[in-house]
Design a protein around this ligand. Structure first.
Ligand SMILES: *Cc1c(COP(=O)(O)O)cnc(C)c1O
Length: 392
């Protein structure tokens, strides 16, 4: 008899409650269409918002990077894994975000846990939006700081909670920039002054905004508007709109210097392959230069939203490529997703615990690789699936 005897029963319970997760095995690269089980499916579930994950120019930069640097970094950044390619990418990311410095991490998950855990410890306080990404929540737990929630985008409640815990210790307010499962935005107009008035630092995780929002794709935190004092900690990822892998934190010289000394997820892990940095530099240059990708995305989002409204589908209020249709129960979201797949479309069903109970949803994502006919096909298929499910 061991404490683990019940894990098979737990798995069976996940299945019974429509919470069992399964991976799909892709047989072709990321793109407008995916190939799954030999079948082509129109892809509405990736975070490759600019369509760069399979861009030949980025792939070529990756190949050239391997020619120059080989495959592995060989060690952590602080031992002997930090190359000129990493340094060059950090400088480009600092310039892009309008921050004095940037620091590469091996993933967004690592950046978030590593940064919060480096900045806070027992006796400090972290304030998080209810719908923040799991990696931000985990960073808060790991740090052992006092954990405070505020209702989604409810900055009045945040203000009350900050006032109730005022003290000389460190206070960190943490929010997704674009909420990953909802597509709506952090209310910087009130988050910034409220945090500053409380002498708290604000940390924005712009995983879904980098490359997508703002001038040249600089993200939600427009450096022309928000200074380092306004948003001292900015996180971005390289695996979404930039189509590569990894993440970064951008901020002051002091912040970055401190993270190099203190962030365990930075110190005790192997540096990204340098060739990934080479590929990302190319992707970043393309993302900045090719504004047509963002314009196309914006046009597709408008087309989707007006078409969905005409059909009486009610996508959540979102102006970003993340367009959720809240369905409610997990089983219903799964049935919806299956019905779409039968029509040749891949749309992810997102269930608890990724989203709150009773808010299972289709998470539709649009990318610059789509065209108008793709959006129309999506709308027709959603309409057919909705009718079928209502009739069942
Ligand atoms: C995807 C995501 C992350 C994690 O980034 P990875 O590089 O995939 O580990 C962090 N925060 C948010 C909001 C995300 O959506």
């Amino acid at each position: 008899m061991s404490g683990f005897d019940d894990i098979a029963a737990e798995l069976a319970a996940f299945k019974a409650r429509d919470l069992y997760r399964q991976r799909r095995r892709l047989e072709a690269p990321q793109g407008r269409e995916l190939v799954v089980d030999g079948r082509r499916l129109l892809n509405f579930c990736s975070n490759d918002y600019l369509g760069l994950a399979a861009d030949p120019r980025v792939a070529e930069a990756f190949r050239a990077g391997i020619q120059r640097w080989g495959t592995g970094a060989g060690a952590s950044h602080l031992v002997c894994g930090h190359t000129a390619a990493h340094a060059e990418l950090e400088e480009a990311l600092a310039d892009f975000t309008g921050r004095p410095r940037a620091l590469l991490f091996s993933s967004g998950y690592a950046a978030n846990v590593g940064t919060i855990n480096a900045l806070l410890s027992r006796g400090d306080a972290v304030f998080q939006d209810r719908l923040n990404h799991a990696s931000l929540l985990d960073g808060g737990w790991v740090s052992r700081a006092d954990f405070h929630w505020y209702r989604h985008r409810d900055t009045a409640q945040l203000e009350q909670k900050l006032a109730a815990t005022a003290g000389g210790r460190r206070q960190l307010v943490v929010s997704d920039g674009t909420f990953s499962m909802d597509g709506d935005l952090a209310p910087l107009d009130s988050l910034v002054p409220i945090s500053r008035a409380a002498d708290a630092w604000l940390m924005i995780d712009d995983a879904h905004g980098i490359g997508v929002l703002g001038e040249q794709g600089r993200g939600l935190v427009d450096p022309a508007r928000w200074t380092v004092a306004d948003v001292p900690v900015l996180v971005g990822t390289l695996g979404k709109a930039l189509g590569c892998y990894g993440a970064f934190v951008a901020g002051s010289e002091t912040l970055i210097d401190y993270l190099i000394q203190r962030a365990r997820n930075y110190i005790y892990t192997t540096a990204l392959p340098p060739a990934v940095a080479c590929a990302t530099l190319q992707a970043l240059a393309i993302a900045r230069r090719e504004g047509w990708r963002r314009e196309r995305l914006a046009a597709l989002i408008r087309r989707f939203r007006s078409g969905a409204a005409e059909l009486g589908l009610e996508p959540a209020p979102s102006a970003t490529p993340i367009q959720p249709l809240i369905v409610g129960e997990s089983g219903a979201a799964m049935a919806f997703s299956r019905a779409l797949q039968e029509q040749g479309l891949l749309v992810g069903a997102i269930r608890p615990p990724t989203v709150p109970k009773g808010t299972a949803r289709l998470r539709i994502t649009l990318t610059a690789a789509h065209d108008e006919a793709d959006v129309d096909r999506l709308l027709t298929a959603l309409d057919a699936a909705a009718r079928r499910i209502r009739a069942a």
